[in-house]
Design a binder for this molecule. Structure first.
Ligand code: SAH
Ligand code: SF4
Ligand code: F3S
Length: 448
């Protein structure tokens, strides 16, 4: 075991993935190096509690760490993120001597150093801060073609089913200059695509910490940065998606023709009990407005089945809205009770086998919609931002190697290319085949 080695295990959303990447760079800047779990002195588990399953995974992961490390007190385990925020010091054990919640993550590198020096100490960083805390810069990493930038922390919506406002705290917008600085830094080091991250991005600026810049204005500012080819964001909320956010898809060429717009349910009665504050007509209006602004826009979504009281008719309305919105993909989940939420106290819970049956039917419909969307792409021209050589995809021509990347819609595309490192390059291509979850294309020019 090397004394300053660390290993991070991450669950949950893109914001968690992003937090883990920052933590890794911050630890490297302090002289730590990444190592396999078996060899690491410090193990960080960055957790998610959005449904019961991910929470259970955290517990089984802590068990696995105990086993792999022989429960040695020399190994320091830190639990960070949403489960840490929720369970706090209950997580302390022989090895778990640090719990850090959503806002505590920024203090985690210092806390880890201190805990390595003081083996009898335990620390908890569970307080919510009053404003968005800027994080220390990490070690400079090799440039990545795709970058992620936080624009806010937390959420104020309190949808009836959701634990996020409790685990991530109230919405705190980050200051615009700090966001633009981080974007510039990524672009300087070779990024060509940036995704802005937050739990409710179009409410950016609409909290006590806003600096007067609206979300649509922020998009324009980021899009104007030299070097940026593609701009994306997750996650917007349909109720906060204003006309200027829709117009941005017509006006900002860098903004990709792809939007992940969580619907959750198609029945107005269910949406109302979820506290989503929009109905199916408003959602369909938005979809129509978006297609007006950008006829080729590809939409994806999040869906919950078996919300308390959901009838077969309610569920049919969800399927209906999926067809009407023509989603190119979706994430779908069975409703899961979360402690402290309003829905957890609703009485008319849906039996797990009914939930499961609805989930399978929903996913079968999505498979069909997704395949139709992919099939319709065959013959189209596109631009692929190349990420890495494809592992499994073979090429028919020995002098070529298959590379993979994403087109502007976010679809995975495989392209055979001449030998060389094409990471971060763009290539024009024509789609020649639709596979089950990806596309195959032929380059029509040189990568640049
Ligand atoms: N802020 C984002 C993401 C929230 S969490 C948004 O509002 O869209 C990601 C997804 O998890 C949600 O969109 C929802 O579909 C799902 N989810 C959240 N709580 C859930 C619960 N209690 N049971 C099942 N799915 C849930
Ligand atoms: Fe949860 Fe709703 Fe906030 Fe999304 S908008 S994080 S679903 S409370
Ligand atoms: Fe999970 Fe927390 Fe993200 S609950 S989805 S890690 S905000």
């Amino acid at each position: 075991m090397i004394d300053n080695s660390f290993h991070i295990i991450t669950f949950g959303c893109q914001m968690n993935v992003h937090d883990s990447q920052w933590l890794a760079r911050a630890l490297e800047a302090r002289g730590f190096c990444e190592a396999p779990l078996e060899e690491a002195r410090v193990v960080v588990v960055n957790t998610c509690s959005v449904r019961e399953k991910p929470e259970q995974k955290v517990m089984s992961t802590l068990g696995r760490i105990r086993q792999v490390t022989g429960n040695s007190p020399r190994v320091l385990v830190a639990v960070t993120g949403c489960v840490a925020q929720q369970l706090g010091e209950k997580l302390f054990s022989r090895q778990v001597r640090l719990v850090a919640g959503s806002d505590g993550i920024s203090g985690t590198p210092q806390a880890i150093e201190r805990l390595l020096d003081e083996p009898a100490l335990r620390l908890s960083l569970l307080d919510f801060t009053s404003h968005y805390v800027e994080r220390e810069p990490g070690a400079d990493t090799p440039s990545a073609p795709v970058g992620f930038v936080n624009i806010m922390q937390g959420c104020d919506n309190f949808c009836a089913y959701c634990i996020v406002p409790y685990t991530r705290g109230r919405q705190k917008s980050r200051l615009t200059p700090a966001i633009l600085d981080e974007c510039r830094h990524l672009l300087d080091r070779g990024a060509r695509e940036i995704t802005l991250l937050g739990q409710n991005v179009n409410a950016f600026g609409r909290d006590a910490h806003g600096d007067g810049v609206s979300f649509a204005a922020l998009l324009e500012k980021v899009a104007a940065l030299p070097g940026l080819k593609r701009l994306r964001y997750v996650t917007p909320h349909p109720k906060d998606m204003g006309p200027e956010d829709v117009a941005a898809f017509a006006d900002i060429p860098q903004l990709c023709p792809r939007l992940h717009l969580p619907l959750q349910a198609g029945s107005d009665a269910v949406l109302k009990r979820m506290g989503r504050k929009y109905d199916s007509a408003r959602y369909l209006d938005l979809v129509a407005g978006l297609r007006d602004a950008r006829p080729d826009i590809a939409l994806s979504t999040d869906l919950i089945v078996g919300f308390p009281g959901e009838t077969e008719e309610d569920f049919a309305a969800t399927l209906e809205l999926m067809r009407a919105s023509d989603f190119m993909s979706s994430f779908s989940f069975c409703y899961s009770d979360r402690p402290g939420t309003r829905a957890s106290r609703f009485l008319d819970k849906i039996a797990p086998d009914v939930q499961q049956d609805r989930l399978l039917r929903l996913q079968a419909l999505q498979e069909a919609l997704s395949q139709r969307w992919l099939d319709a792409r065959v013959g189209q021209e596109c631009e692929v931002l190349l990420e890495n050589a494809s592992r499994r995809e073979a090429t028919t021509d020995d002098s070529l190697q298959s590379w993979q990347g994403r087109d502007a819609y976010g679809a995975l595309v495989h392209v055979p290319l001449p030998a060389g490192d094409h990471t971060g390059r763009l290539v024009s291509a024509r789609i020649v085949e639709a596979k089950k979850h990806s596309l195959v294309a032929e380059a029509t020019g040189q990568p640049w």
